[in-house]
Design a protein around this ligand. Structure first.
Ligand SMILES: *Cc1c(COP(=O)(O)O)cnc(C)c1O
Length: 395
């Protein structure tokens, strides 16, 4: 078991967390690209298989490279235990399916990630699991629904793509009064900016494909929380088979080492850009929790150390304006991901909410001319100049 590193900063944890588990005598974690592990001693094999002894049997269950990834995220989130998945959606779906039963009831905010929303609207109801989706910015409504019976309260903050902020401490308290388990998707904030477990959430989930890996070259997901709950979800994932690949785990681990400095720069870039765009004539609205004009700025300030690398803004105009604007940007990938070292832009109509109809997007308060902008680690003045020239070109 790793040193807890409890009194050390997140930069130190990102570099050293879990590293003393690597016993193979290499300074960098080996990529153990093997489906299975061999044993000459059958008694020992059986001990490992029965969990009486440390070791690995089959990589769908555990693998040394993958285990180190889990350990590093566990240390960063300050959790008792962690387990990993082949993607963020695998983490979310396996967790929900492992914890819920027919007749269970989930309460969630309306503004969850598109794939998560699909689980709530289509796949959970099909199993006779009740789902109540509430107005994201109405905490008393969420509290009332939770008090009316709830097994899982599902939170995601800041939300995708309009950066709404939910009060994790307040809503967790309401959920615990009702005997519910709180799950928080911390993908947008990262453990550098927000620690949901400290705020009262029971579980925290990440799409590691975003900021944790940070280089947009590997998919992955992770769940952190109390041992008993994480083991229950791990047991389910062993059987569904949504395991993280060792090579992906290696890439994610390599990315994780620079998590703090990347996120700090992305926080700074996003803040500078949000402030700049707020005063720009070509922009209708800017959505960023770090802005004083943000409706939940006070909550964000209380529960976040930094406000994250993602902001959104809407252009004056409709989707045709978006189609003209996006190709003008020189320092941005037009792609569906976020949280990478390169700036990435997208429109909810082509990325996070592509599964949602235009009518439903409007009902969710997502303007058709919205741009989601995930600031990379470039220099802010270059990104601002790039945005300015693109805005001027479509004015
Ligand atoms: C991308 C994302 C997911 C899904 O993660 P994948 O790794 O793409 O499966 C879940 N939640 C949020 C907030 C995301 O941004």
């Amino acid at each position: 078991m790793t040193r807890e590193l409890a009194d050390q900063g997140p930069g130190t944890k990102a570099v050293w967390g879990g590293e003393d588990d690597a016993e193979e005598g290499t300074s960098q974690v080996p990529i153990v690209q093997a489906v299975a592990f061999t044993y000459r001693d059958v008694g020992r094999w059986q001990d490992v298989a029965l969990g009486r002894r440390k070791g690995h049997i089959y990589s769908r269950n555990t693998n040394p490279t993958v285990a180190l990834f889990e350990e590093k995220v566990r240390v960063l989130e300050g959790a008792e235990d962690a387990t990993s998945f082949s993607s963020g959606m695998a983490a979310i779906s396996n967790t929900l399916f492992a914890l819920l039963r027919p007749g269970s009831r989930v309460v969630a905010a309306k503004d969850t990630y598109g794939g998560t929303n699909q689980l709530f609207r289509e796949f959970l109801p099909a199993l006779n699991i009740g789902v109540k989706l509430c107005e994201t910015t109405d905490p008393s409504r969420i509290e009332r629904e939770v008090a009316g019976g709830c097994d899982v309260l599902y939170l995601e903050t800041p939300t995708n793509p309009t950066l709404k902020v939910l009060d994790i401490a307040r809503l967790s308290k309401a959920a615990h009064d009702a005997g519910a388990t709180v799950i928080t998707d911390n993908t947008f904030a990262t453990p550098i900016n927000q620690r949901p477990l400290r705020l009262g959430s029971d579980l925290v989930i990440h799409s590691a494909s975003k900021f944790l890996g940070g280089h947009a070259d590997a998919l992955g997901g992770v769940l952190c929380g109390p041992k008993e709950t994480v083991r229950k979800v791990y047991h389910y994932r062993e059987i569904t088979g949504a395991a993280l690949d060792p090579f992906a785990a290696y890439l994610l681990l390599r990315g994780l080492k620079t998590l703090e400095i990347r996120v700090q720069r992305q926080n700074e870039n996003a803040m500078k850009i949000a402030r700049h765009l707020e005063g720009h004539g070509g922009v209708a609205a800017v959505y960023y929790p770090g802005l004083r004009s943000h409706p939940q700025h006070a909550v964000a300030k209380r529960q976040m150390k930094g406000f994250g690398g993602v902001l959104s803004f809407s252009l004056k105009g409709d989707f045709r304006k978006v189609k003209r604007f996006l190709p003008k940007l020189r320092l941005a990938h037009r792609a569906a991901n976020l949280g990478a070292v390169e700036t990435t832009v997208g429109s909810p109509a082509t990325t996070s909410h592509v599964e949602v109809s235009a009518k439903d997007r409007a009902a969710m308060g997502i303007p058709e001319a919205l741009i989601r902008y995930s600031a990379g680690i470039e220099n802010a003045r270059d990104l601002i100049a790039d945005l300015d020239q693109a805005l001027a070109a479509v004015a």
